[in-house]
Design a protein around this ligand. Structure first.
Ligand code: ADP
Ligand code: MG
Length: 322
């Protein structure tokens, strides 16, 4: 099968490539064309996943399809953008029909959940690597940036943390667990759901936002730096999933929640008055975990208010000296 046959059979024919709102021209020409409503800006982000680095070379291709789009679409959620479409640059060592069909299927499933269309890409031969570029729209000036947090704001997250980091030893085959423990963690790792509804709701309400991809404390550091403020995280308020606690035990689960990556839950700051309406939304899980202060850096505090910011190597870069 040649390059063009492959593109046509597995990608141009996939359910996710049949166009949608905002897509004037999809796969097949030299460029795709997107329509942007007047007064809106285009939000663009790209993510590369490399076999053996970001995912095990031997894994379920359908799950990989879901995950490769989800991690990219999460950046649209973090900006408060509404998804339009995405491109796929795929580098493959060989053409495995079953692999491609399952991968395209997973991709289409996530695209359906995010309401976005595959609009183009590139197909090359080489070590397995996947680059997804996502395009979304956001009313001009309303995108959620990292730079607007103000002293007095609350710091919140859109769900429990640490599940993906907890799942990693299972994904890598380094540990085994009974299905009832493993499944919720693996589901979150392979198919994190980008918090798109929360992101659009936060437009005009949150002062800063991002998606937690590097670990809570590290990512809070990005907001603190970009906003020129200090963030205080209260350990007792950090939400840890019960599934993770059952698998790792309390201490290790907390550690994963604070420093583990790949969660793709939104972290955001907002004035206290904006919180009650968000709680009324009901369907979105929101946890207040701290607050914004004058100063710089991220501080972790225990229930007694003691500074327990991790200081050992590996956490050092989360901490900024005053
Ligand atoms: P060009 O040589 O002009 O860059 P290509 O021959 O690489 O175009 O691709 C032909 C068409 O197929 C283009 O519309 C391109 O966006 C699309 N395409 C290529 N690879 C993929 C892929 N993996 N998924 C979706 N669309 C793809
Ligand atoms: Mg090309």
């Amino acid at each position: 099968m040649g390059e063009f046959e492959l593109i046509n059979h597995y990608f141009a024919a996939a359910p996710c490539a049949q166009g949608g709102e905002g897509v004037a021209l999809g796969i097949g020409d030299d460029c795709a064309l997107l329509d942007l409503p007047p007064g809106e800006q285009l939000a663009v982000s790209t993510d590369t996943l490399v076999a053996g680095v970001h995912f095990p070379a031997v894994c379920d291709p359908q799950l990989l399809g879901q995950r490769s789009l989800a991690v990219a679409a999460s950046d649209l959620a973090a900006m408060g953008a509404t998804p339009i479409g995405f491109t796929l640059a795929l580098t493959l060592p060989s053409v495995g029909p079953d692999w491609l069909a399952a991968y395209a299927n997973g991709l289409s499933r996530m695209a359906h959940r995010c309401r976005m269309s595959l609009i183009g890409g590139d197909t090359t031969r080489g070590p397995l690597s996947i680059t997804v570029t996502v395009f979304g729209r956001v009313p001009a000036g309303q995108a959620l940036r990292r730079s607007g947090a103000r002293p007095g704001d609350l710091l919140c997250v859109g769900g429990t943390l640490g599940k993906a980091a907890g799942a990693l030893p299972l994904v890598l085959g380094e540990r085994q667990a009974p299905a009832e423990l493993a499944e919720p963690l693996l589901a979150h790792y392979w198919s994190p759901m980008p918090q798109l509804t929360l992101g659009t709701w936060l437009r005009g309400r949150a002062t800063a936002a991002l998606d937690v991809s590097d670990g809570l404390l590290a990512d809070c550091g990005h907001i603190a730096k970009a906003s020129g403020v200090a963030l205080e995280v209260n350990l007792a308020q950090v939400p840890v999933s019960p599934a993770l606690q059952a698998f790792l035990g309390h201490e290790a689960a907390l550690q994963a929640a604070l420093t583990g990556g790949d969660d793709y839950v939104l972290a955001f700051t907002l004035p206290p008055a904006a919180l009650p309406p968000l709680a009324e939304l009901g369907f979105i899980e929101v946890h207040t975990i701290g607050r914004v202060l004058q100063g710089r850096g991220v501080t972790l505090r225990d229930a007694q208010g003691q500074d327990i910011t991790p200081a050992q190597r590996g956490y050092q870069h989360f901490r900024e000296t005053p």
